[in-house]
Design a protein around this ligand. Structure first.
Ligand code: ZN
Length: 363
């Protein structure tokens, strides 16, 4: 087993492809291959498989690969009372970027019980590495559901934030080290982020002592997103609108898209004081990055993010990807971080540890 690193600790946005025996491969909304107890066993097997693959690839902060959920938003909604799944309506989501059939909020929201207890405890019991579990963010949930009860976006978001907080507190007790909220909607509703999006996140992390993170990306590598990105022009400046507000927030880490994107790299400096999970692996292409490409992206980001705050990561989840490609990308991520550590020598060290190192050598 590879060792844990003290800088440029690698992690992934969250999801990994489901093996073909668990669910239809290469799909964002895959059908499960089994049901009942057999499906539960298959989810368990897939979770253990990906934990091992991440460890062997050299990923420092691992996830359960979201093997137990069909979709990153609906995997949570299934456990919420007050939602009518029998009635799905067509809704334009992410500011009408694409249509989705979404369920309807029809009454007061309540959790039916634990959401990710089984997979969190399973993963905790089988890895000594830091463990991250992802949850959908309140704003992204509100953007992926119709509402006939609260009839107010902010009230609905706060109601979901309260449920997310219940599950997050329980995950912390399960031994989870990092809880990440996925908020692709943050890149779309820039004013709402400042008006109530960050408040809703604060409600979701209330009372947590573990590390908290928010993932903000330009979406999976699906056609609707690729087409949308073409309309965003030569420079993607959405992060410039929201990062200053996020820098002032109580969220500790921000996961963002970097490699192959048109995000101006200097925008990373707007996240002063935060851990920055820099996307050094593109999930919108099957071309596997070389360790050199990964190391170069780390070096570019290092001009704007101190080394002790820089965590090489994937641009987004790898759920819809080919399994072999995802595995190769995990290895490239770890190899690239290793190369960056080697190339940069002590240059990437934080000032404090550099100072204490000098003291040690004097003695
Ligand atoms: Zn993403």
């Amino acid at each position: 087993m590879s060792q844990i690193h003290d800088r440029f600790q690698t992690t992934i946005a969250g999801s990994l492809p489901k093996p073909a025996w668990l669910a239809e491969p290469n799909k964002l909304w895959p059908a499960w291959r089994a049901s009942g107890a057999e499906l539960e066993r298959a989810k368990r097997d897939a979770t253990l498989l990906w934990l091992k693959e991440q460890e062997d690839a050299g990923i420092d902060i691992v996830t359960e690969g979201e093997q137990s959920r069909q979709h990153f938003v609906h995997g949570f909604l299934e456990f919420v009372d007050g939602i009518d799944f029998s009635r799905k309506v067509k809704m334009g989501i992410r500011d009408n970027r694409y249509d989705a059939m979404v369920p309807v909020v029809s009454g007061p929201l309540r959790l039916k019980g634990r959401v990710h207890e089984v997979e969190a405890r399973l993963a905790r019991g089988h890895t000594g590495r830091k463990l991250k579990i992802t949850l959908p963010g309140p704003m992204t949930i509100v953007d992926t559901i119709a509402d006939e009860h609260y009839r107010d976006k902010v009230k609905l978001a706060m109601a979901f934030a309260e449920l997310l907080n219940q599950e997050a507190r329980a995950l912390e007790k399960d031994g989870v080290d990092v809880i990440q909220f996925d908020e692709p909607a943050f890149n779309v509703y820039l004013d709402d982020v400042k008006r109530w999006g960050i408040d809703a996140l604060h409600r979701a992390i209330e009372g947590l002592k573990c590390t908290t993170c928010v993932h903000i990306c330009y979406g999976y590598g699906i056609q609707a997103n690729i087409d949308w990105k073409r309309t965003l022009g030569g420079e993607w400046r959405q992060y410039a609108e929201i990062f200053p507000a996020l820098a002032k927030s109580r969220i500790k880490q921000v996961s963002l898209e970097c490699i192959n994107s048109k995000v101006p790299i200097e925008l990373l400096k707007l996240l002063k004081g935060k851990d920055v999970l820099v996307g050094v692996i593109d999930v919108a292409t099957d071309a596997v990055e070389t360790p050199q490409q990964v190391a170069e992206t780390i070096e570019r980001a290092l001009k704007f993010v101190p080394a002790n705050h820089l965590f090489p990561c994937t641009n987004c989840g790898m759920a819809p990807m080919d399994r072999e490609v995802a595995l190769k990308k995990l290895r490239a991520l770890a190899a690239g971080a290793a190369l960056a550590r080697k190339k940069l020598g002590n240059r990437g060290q934080s000032p404090i540890s550099a100072k204490s190192r000098r003291k040690k050598t004097r003695r």
